[in-house]
Ligand binder design. Sequence first.
Ligand SMILES: NC(=O)c1ccc[n+]([C@@H]2O[C@H](COP(=O)([O-])OP(=O)(O)OC[C@H]3O[C@@H](n4cnc5c(N)ncnc54)[C@H](O)[C@@H]3O)[C@@H](O)[C@H]2O)c1
Length: 355
Amino acid sequence: MASKLRLAIVGAGLIGKRHIQHVLAEPETALAAIVDPSDAARALADELGVRWFAQLTDMTANDAPDGVIIATPNQLHMAHGLEAISAGLPALIEKPVADDIESAERLVQAGEAAHVPILIGHHRRHNPLLRRAKEIIDSGQLGRVSVIHAMFWLFKPDDYFNVAWRTQPGAGPVFLNLIHDIDNLRFLFGDIIAVQARESHKIRGYEVEDTSVILLEFASGTLATVSVCDTVVAPWSWEMTSGENPAYPHEKQPSIFVGGTHASLTLPGLELWRNADLRSWEKPFEKSRIPIAPADPLAIQISHFCQVIRGTEQPLCSAREGLETLRVIEAVKRAAASGQQIRLNPNSTVQRDRP
Ligand SMILES: NC(=O)c1ccc[n+]([C@@H]2O[C@H](COP(=O)([O-])OP(=O)(O)OC[C@H]3O[C@@H](n4cnc5c(N)ncnc54)[C@H](O)[C@@H]3O)[C@@H](O)[C@H]2O)c1
C-alpha cells in the first residue's frame, strides 16, 4: 500500500473539526497539522499530538504536507487557496469556492495555470444516493426530463440570528444553503442558463432574505422551480430528508421531484414512478424504491481527495465547477433585486473541463 498522505486542516471550526475526524479515520491519511490562530485550535492540536501553526504561511515555510483542507470563513478562501497553489499544495476548499465571482475566477485561473488540483467541498456530490440518481437520469429511464421542483424548507431557531453577520446580506439561506441545492441540480442536470427570482424578508424582518422562490432554465431546456425558506416548521429540505448529517432529524420525505416523459423520480428516497406498460393518466402507477447503501459523503470526499493528490482521479467538483455554482447563486440574488431575468453564460471566461 502507498504511504499515507499527510493532510493539514486550515480552519478548525465547525466543519474543520469534522474533516479532522474523517482524516483520522481514513486509512490513507494522517493528520499533519492544524492551522488556525484560535486558542481552541491550538489546544486541539496539542490534544491530538500534531503540529499547530497560526497562519498558513507559517506552515508552508516550515513543513509542507501532501495536501490542505481549507475550512476557513468564506472571505479567506481566495487568499488561502492562492497560498496553497503557490506552495504547490493540492487543496480541498470548503464551499463556496470564494465569497464573490471575481475571487473565484482568480482562484480557478491560478490553480489551472500552476496545475495544482483544487477540489471544492460540495460534498453532496459524493453521496451514493446522488450518484445513483445521476445514473438513473443519465440512463434515460425517465425519458426526457421536463420539470423539476426542489425545496429547502426548514426552521432556523431564533438564537441562530444572535450572531450579527447572519442577519446581513450574503448570509441568508440563498448563499448559505441554496448553494448546496443548486450544486446538486447542476451535478444532475448540467448548466443553468437563466434565472428569475423573488425574495422576501417579511417574517423575520432582517435585511437578509428568509424566503426566496426561483425559476431556473437549464441548457437542456428543462425548467425548474426551487423554493427556499428558513422560517417555516417543515421537513422538506435535503438537510432533513437525506439523513446525511446526524445533527438533523431524518424524515423520509422527498425534497426534490424530477419529472420525465416516461417516469418520475423523487430524491433523496429514490422513488421511481411509472406506468406498468402504456403511459396514461388513467393507468395505475408502478412505484419502486431504488436501493442504495448509505455512506457519509464527507468520508468519501476525503478518500477522493487522496486520489486527486495522487493524480489518479480528477476533482469531482473542480474550482471551475464551484465557480459555475456560485454564478447561479449570485444570479438568484441579482434577479430578486432587479426583478429581471438574468441570463448566464457558463464559462464565459475560460474553457470547461467537465469531470
Ligand atoms: N460543506 C458543508 O456542509 C459546510 C458546512 C459548514 C460550513 N461550511 C463552510 O466551511 C467554512 C467554515 O465554516 P464553519 O462553519 O466551520 O466556520 P467556523 O467559524 O466554525 O470556523 C472557521 C475557523 O477558521 C479559523 N480561522 C479564522 N481565520 C483563520 C486564518 N487566517 N487561518 C486559519 N484559520 C483561521 C477560525 O478560528 C475558526 O476556527 C465556510 O466556508 C463554510 O461555508 C461548509
